[in-house]
Design a protein around this ligand. Sequence first.
Ligand code: PLP
Length: 408
Amino acid sequence: MATGKEATTGRHADKYLTEEMPRLYARMDRYFAEYGKGHVTFGKAPGPNDVHMATNDYLSLAQDERIIDSQIRALQDDKSDIYMSGVYVQYLDIQRDFERKMAAYLDSGDAVLCQSGFAANEGLIQAIADPETPVYLDLYAHASLWQGALVARAPAHAFRHNNAGHLRKLIARHGPGVVAVDAVYSTTGELCKLLDILEVCEETGCLLVVDESHTVGVLGDDGAGLVKSLGLCDRVPFRVLSLSKAFVGRAGVIAAQPNFTEYFRYTSWPAIFSSAVMPWEIARFSKTLDIIQQEGWRRERLWQASAFLRDGLEDAGYNLGGSETQIISLVAGPERNTAALRDALEERGVFGAVFCAPATAKNKSLVRLCVNQGLSQDNLEQVLDVCREIRGVLDIAKWPAGKRRAAG
Ligand SMILES: Cc1ncc(COP(=O)(O)O)c(C=O)c1O
């Protein structure tokens, strides 16, 4: 147990953090012992000529002038007074119009706008589960879904990643409840084995929640995500997405049946106790949705570029951990390997995002490269050249995480 002695490093100058808080001191000391020289996620800042692959702006819409104009116009025209919880802004036409437009796009009975993907997932699980409802989560499901189970005080059970058989066994042991998966897993870029999971849900009477944050805008002919592209809209009761990926903003959406969205607005804690999304942000999302629907070439280019990069990296011997999408992760294992990999990439002008615990298991940290459709063929070739070069420089084939493909 912490004694308070750990707190005598002199780092805790705040007079409120006194010896009365030895456990907090001990935790902070552990953090600084590990990351005193800087957190592993923190590397160099990219320059304008570097290849940016940390962003989730998959369709390269962040700087689209049509979208920016619509947001500016909405901001200039805004006469609303909605600086409060969404509970009080139900009259706001722009929000209901956008929700209906999203519902039509996703082929869902209705949709409800939330302040973020995190708030949507947390609020949804809290609204549909309780201490008597087991919640089954894929081991790799997003942290916000786990947070929802925690807030609902529901018993949470992890099933092996993408393993419907294990899910079935857990449900047989603990009873039916809620099952939560990601359509595409955000650290590995793997697709969910959705049909298998859905069959188990239907056989056992579980409610399925699918997080489509990394698929909406991107997957399917019209980009409406995995559930719709598989023709499963009538069979999946809840879909959630963050609008911080292909929609490059700050909000989230839940697609569900009309009665549910009404219930959600008045029972989910983030919906009640946190302020609503601003009208000019909604205007931005609405314009973005038009472009996402109209400009299918962006998706085509994204898929083509992603396949090119995945194939090239696999040929170079990288273990991509099952990526089938625009999210491509170079799994390095322990954080010191990941930091070395990040530095080597950045020195050569390639900038990804480091993922480590708690986003991954402790010794499975990685550098995630997200493809966006705006990358040129030269950019993609550069990434491949750099990855080929550093594989030898860092001796990646000898790393535990680097071995599988190299041996093949
Ligand atoms: C799969 C998934 N769900 C939910 C979220 C949370 O979204 P937001 O950033 O909008 O809170 C993220 C983003 O990190 C995500 O990757």
